[in-house]
Design a protein around this ligand. Structure first.
Ligand SMILES: *[C@@H]1O[C@H](CO)[C@@H](O)[C@H](O)[C@H]1NC(C)=O
Ligand SMILES: *[C@@H]1O[C@H](CO)[C@@H](O)[C@H](O)[C@H]1NC(C)=O
Length: 360
């Protein structure tokens, strides 16, 4: 049977040929496809090895992988919206950033691997994939005696009985698929150290999903008396995963290669070795103040800053002390919206003025 390929799957076929997977993946999901499908198809004929097998045997999973990468892109752009480097992906500068081994790269790898884990797992729970579904709870240990600690259903300490039920997220499946697709062959010429760093950050991203599952429960019993609850495990919303990884980004550890070329050791005195959830990098980031083709920096000229904030979004830091100008700009917005039976919403266009500070 021939399965028609969507644009994104075609894009992925193309990407899987690319020596640097993640750059291709981001390019495809972050921008409209500029290549025509025919030329991509011609290239796919040269697909070989494990990647080809994955693509041919699991095209549905390939499209979930792409969805996951897009989820990662959007979250990266949200988390970095006030920073000098703001994760804009639709330009050739982006690849330059990913070729370095800096904190920003660590975040991109982690959030992409996390996005893929999340999207594939979600697709399983929604019944969209043949290969997986809800988490099998039959084989799981019976619910422990109520302890009502974090992660335990609220109220389960009050002697209420509960058992596994509902549709739990099979995060193990998403985790494995993310691993299969993201932890693939490294580009030739990339150092062993660089490869270790990338794999570590991928894993940190997946763990940011897998280790923070939460319990959801439903009451059963006459008129909500809750004599029995059924509970299942759900992933946290992806925004929380992004928040968590941003914290890891801020506390990222610098590492260097050990003498054997196979281990990573923390740089600096009295630094605790990074754990599996920490993000790591080996080179310092450029300051991203000026546009620079080599580092992939777009510079911050013209960026909107916040003249009262003291953090990274403040004009001093964002504009690299070049100063800023205040401008009043007019925007059109929907306003005075009214609901008409049934079912249209009609709005007027209003122009609103906004004070913006823009970097020199
Ligand atoms: C991100 O930065 C680029 C370059 O500085 C800028 O053109 C773009 O508008 C920024 N995006 C957001 C959402 O602020
Ligand atoms: C600017 O920063 C201030 C202080 O941190 C904050 O209260 C305000 O919401 C920020 N404004 C915008 C538009 O983000």
């Amino acid at each position: 049977m021939r399965i028609p390929l969507s644009r994104i799957q075609l894009a992925l076929f193309f990407i899987l040929l690319c020596p640097v997977n993640i750059i291709g993946l981001w390019w495809a999901v972050g921008s409209p496809l500029v290549m025509d499908p025919n030329s991509i198809c011609r290239k796919t004929k040269r697909l070989a090895g494990k990647q080809a097998e994955l693509c041919q045997t699991q095209p549905e999973i390939v499209s979930e992988v792409a969805r996951g990468a897009r989820l990662g892109v959007r979250e990266c752009q949200f988390q970095f919206r006030y920073r000098r480097w703001n994760c804009t992906s639709h330009n050739k500068y982006f690849g330059k950033v990913l070729q370095q081994d800096i904190r920003e790269t660590a975040f991109v790898y982690a959030i992409t691997a996390a996005g893929v884990t999340h999207a594939v797992t979600q697709a399983c729970s929604m019944g969209e994939l043949l290969q997986c579904g809800c988490e099998a709870t039959r084989s799981r240990a019976p619910p422990r005696p109520p302890a009502a600690g974090p992660g335990e259903p609220a109220g389960s300490g009050e002697g209420g009985k509960w058992e596994w039920g509902g549709c739990g997220d099979d995060v193990e499946f998403g985790y494995e698929k993310s691993k299969q697709f993201m932890d693939t062959k490294r580009r030739r010429g990339k150092s062993d150290i660089r490869a270790l760093v990338d794999l570590h950050n991928n894993e940190a991203g997946r763990l940011a999903v897998k280790l923070y599952m939460r319990m959801e429960c439903k009451c059963h019993g006459l008129s909500g008396s809750c004599t029995l609850r059924t509970c299942w495990k759900k992933m946290a919303p992806f925004r929380e995963v992004g928040d968590r990884l941003l914290e890891r980004f801020k506390g990222a550890s610098k590492v260097m290669g050990g003498n054997d070329g196979k281990t990573l050791i923390p740089v600096g005195h009295n630094i605790k070795p990074p754990d599996r959830q920490d993000l790591i990098y080996s080179a310092e980031s450029p300051d991203f103040c000026q546009a620079n083709r080599k580092t992939g920096s777009l510079g911050t000229r013209g960026r909107t800053c916040n003249s009262t904030a003291m953090d990274v979004s403040g004009c001093d830091l964002l504009c690299c002390e070049r100063g800023h100008r205040d401008e009043t700009l007019e925007f059109e917005e929907n306003c005075l919206c009214r609901f008409h039976w049934c079912c249209v919403v009609q709005c007027k266009k209003c122009s609103v003025r906004k004070e913006l500070s823009l970097c020199h």
